[in-house]
Design a protein around this ligand. Structure first.
Ligand SMILES: Nc1ncnc2c1ncn2[C@@H]1O[C@H](COP(=O)(O)OP(=O)(O)O)[C@@H](O)[C@H]1O
Ligand SMILES: [Mg+2]
Length: 355
C-alpha cells in the first residue's frame, strides 16, 4: 500500500528482492492495488543499469508476495477487493488471523499450548481484576494491533496498588504511574477494550538495566519447500518502554549476547536455543496445516528467568531488518533470498504438474 506521496514503506527491501531475483531468474515487479487497471498493472521494476525504479504497464504477475500492511479500513477494503477480482493469482503466503483467534487455534496443539502465556479476551473489568489476582503482571493488547501500538502493562506493586505503563495507539510511551486497584477501571475506560483486547499473563523480561527484551525468530520455506529457521535475534526496548519492537525504538542485539548475559551456564543457553528452535518449527508446521501453504513467519519469543520459552505472537509478514542491524549479514541475505527461492520452487512444481 502507498504511504503519503506514493512512497512505499519497504522499497529498500523490494530493491534487494529485485537484484537477488534477477540472479535466480525471477523478474520482480512491485505494485499496489492502486496500480491495477483491468487485467493490467502499472508496476514498478528496478532498472539495474539506471539504478532506479521505472514503471511499465504489464500483465498482473501470476505469483504474488503480499507485503501489504493495511492500517485502516480503506486499505483493507482495497486489498480484499483486489483479491476477490483476481482470484487466479497464487500467493507465496497467506494472512493469519487476529491475536485472540491465533491464541485459540494454537491452544489446540499441546506442544504449542504449553508455551503460550495464559490469555483471555477482555470482556469487562471483572476479567481484568480476576486476572490481576492470578498474575503479578499482565499485558493488555489490541487483538488486531501491530508494532507495539496500544499496549498496556499492569504490574502489582503491593496489595491493591499497581504500576500502569504502556504505549498509546500512536505508539507514544505512557510513562509508569502508580494507581490503586479501584482506579483501574476508570483509567482504562476511554480505551474501549471490550471485545477488542486480550489480557495476557506478562512474562518477566526486564534486563539488569531495567529494559525489557524479547526475541524475533524468522522461520522460512527454503528452495525445496521445506521449513528452516533462518535466524533469531534479540530486541531490547528503549527506556521506559514495555515493548521491544524495533519500530518503537527497540535495539537489535544478537541472541547469544542476551542469553549469556542472563544464563551463565553455556549448556543452559544451548538447551534454551534448542527449545526455541523446536517450537519455531512446530508453530510453522502447525499453522500451515491450519491455514494452508505459508512462506515465512516472524515469531516473537520471550524467555523467562528460568529459561522457559514463551510464544508471544506470530507475524505473517515479518520484516528482517533485525539481522542486518546486528551485523548478521549472511542471515540477512538468506532472509531476503529464501522467499525468492521458494517462489522458484513453486514455479518449478507448477511446470512439472502442467507437463
Ligand atoms: N505477555 C507478554 N509478556 C511480556 N512482554 C510482552 C507480552 N506481550 C507482549 N510483550 C511485549 O510487547 C511487544 C509487542 O507485543 P506483541 O504481542 O508482539 O504485539 P505487536 O503485534 O504489537 O508486536 C512484544 O514484542 C514484547 O516486547
Ligand atoms: Mg510483535
Amino acid at each position: 500500500m502507498y504511504l503519503h506521496g506514493k512512497k512505499l514503506e519497504e522499497i529498500d527491501f523490494f530493491r534487494k528482492l529485485s537484484v537477488h531475483g534477477r540472479k535466480l531468474g525471477i523478474h520482480v515487479l512491485v505494485f499496489t492495488p492502486d496500480d491495477v487497471d483491468g487485467d493490467k498493472v502499472n508496476a514498478l521494476y528496478y532498472s539495474m543499469p539506471a539504478r532506479k525504479w521505472k514503471r511499465k504497464l504489464t500483465a498482473i504477475p501470476e505469483l504474488v508476495y503480499d507485503r501489504s500492511r493495511y492500517r485502516g479500513a480503506q486499505n483493507l477494503q482495497k486489498i480484499t477487493k483486489f483479491r476477490a477480482l483476481h482470484d487466479k493469482i497464487r500467493y507465496l503466503g497467506r494472512p493469519l488471523t487476529d491475536k485472540w483467534s491465533m491464541y485459540q487455534i494454537m491452544s489446540g496443539e499441546s506442544d504449542i499450548a504449553k508455551h503460550l502465556p495464559a490469555t483471555v479476551l477482555y470482556s469487562g473489568p471483572e476479567d481484568l481484576l480476576r486476572f490481576l489476582k492470578q498474575h503479578q503482571r499482565i499485558y493488555l493488547k489490541p487483538h488486531k494491533g501491530t508494532g507495539g501500538r496500544g499496549i498496556v502493562r499492569l504490574q502489582r506493586a503491593s496489595d491493591n496498588v499497581y504500576f500502569l505503563q504502556g504505549r498509546d495507539r500512536q505508539r507514544r510511551i505512557i510513562p509508569a504511574q502508580m494507581i490503586e486497584e479501584k482506579e483501574i477501571t476508570e483509567k482504562l475506560n476511554g480505551w474501549n477494550m471490550e471485545g477488542q483486547y486480550i489480557i495476557q499473563q506478562g512474562i518477566p523480561l526486564a534486563l539488569k538495566n531495567g529494559r525489557v527484551h524479547d526475541f524475533r525468530m524468522l522461520v522460512q520455506k527454503d528452495g525445496d519447500g521445506r521449513w528452516q529457521i533462518t535466524g533469531c535475534a534479540g530486541r531490547v526496548g528503549p527506556k521506559k518502554s514495555v515493548t521491544s519492537n524495533l519500530h518503537g525504538g527497540g535495539a537489535a542485539v544478537p541472541m547469544d549476547v542476551l542469553l549469556t548475559e542472563r544464563f551463565e551456564d553455556q549448556s543452559k543457553v544451548e538447551s534454551i536455543k534448542e527449545d526455541a528452535h523446536t517450537l519455531g518449527m512446530k508453530v510453522a508446521q502447525f499453522l500451515e496445516e491450519h491455514f494452508g501453504s505459508l512462506c515465512e513467519l516472524g515469531i516473537d519469543l520471550a524467555i523467562d528467568p528460568s529459561g522457559k520459552v514463551w510464544l508471544l505472537e506470530v507475524n505473517p509478514k515479518p520484516s528482517r531488518e533485525v539481522f542486518s542491524r546486528i551485523g548478521e549479514k549472511s542471515t540477512y541475505r538468506t532472509a531476503v533470498t529464501r522467499p525468492l527461492q521458494y517462489a522458484r520452487y513453486l514455479f518449478s512444481r507448477k511446470t512439472e504438474t502442467e507437463e
